[in-house]
Design a protein around this ligand. Structure first.
Ligand code: ZN
Length: 156
């Protein structure tokens, strides 16, 4: 089994058995993201506590396997993390996908499996959709001083 096969398995596993799928009742950040190019849609729920820790994250949506598995992987990567650490993870993933930077495997976990998507530039937006949506939600949450956030994001 090549590394590429292994990564494909990881992506399909998250697609078939998504982690943290479904609504999060006590969410204080609710975001919707769409990627019109591919028809991907995701909804994200986050619970950020008063200490600035992401205590819960979940998603729902439909679209291609890359978009949905990436959202599943993303929730696993940020749950339990302080906001500063979550931003570090987001920056690492986006750096890998958008700039071709070497990922930090410990930080990204299964996220490294999506690196191969770079070979198909039209699919990169599928992979970054949930991460870009999350980043906007966190930025808005910070800008609003921790107020409840609801927003929509569209990849263009
Ligand atoms: Zn897609």
């Amino acid at each position: 089994m090549t590394l590429e096969d292994l990564y494909r398995e990881v992506i399909m596993d998250h697609y078939r058995r998504p982690r943290n799928r479904g609504t999060l009742g006590e969410a204080n950040v609710v975001m919707e993201g769409v990627n019109p190019l591919c028809g991907d849609e995701i909804k994200l729920w986050l619970n950020i506590d008063d200490a600035g820790v992401i205590t819960g994250a979940s998603f729902d949506g439909h679209g291609c396997s890359i978009s949905q598995s990436s959202a599943s992987i993303m929730t696993e990567a940020v749950i339990g993390k302080p906001l500063a650490d979550a931003h570090t993870v987001i920056a690492d993933f986006r750096g890998m996908m958008l700039e071709g930077e070497a990922p930090d495997e410990l930080l990204l976990g299964d996220g490294v499996a999506l690196e191969g998507v770079r070979k198909f530039p039209v699919r990169i937006k599928c992979a970054v959709l949930s991460w870009n949506t999350l980043k906007l939600g966190l930025d808005e949450h910070a800008a609003g001083g921790g107020q409840r956030v609801e927003l929509q994001h569209s990849e263009t």
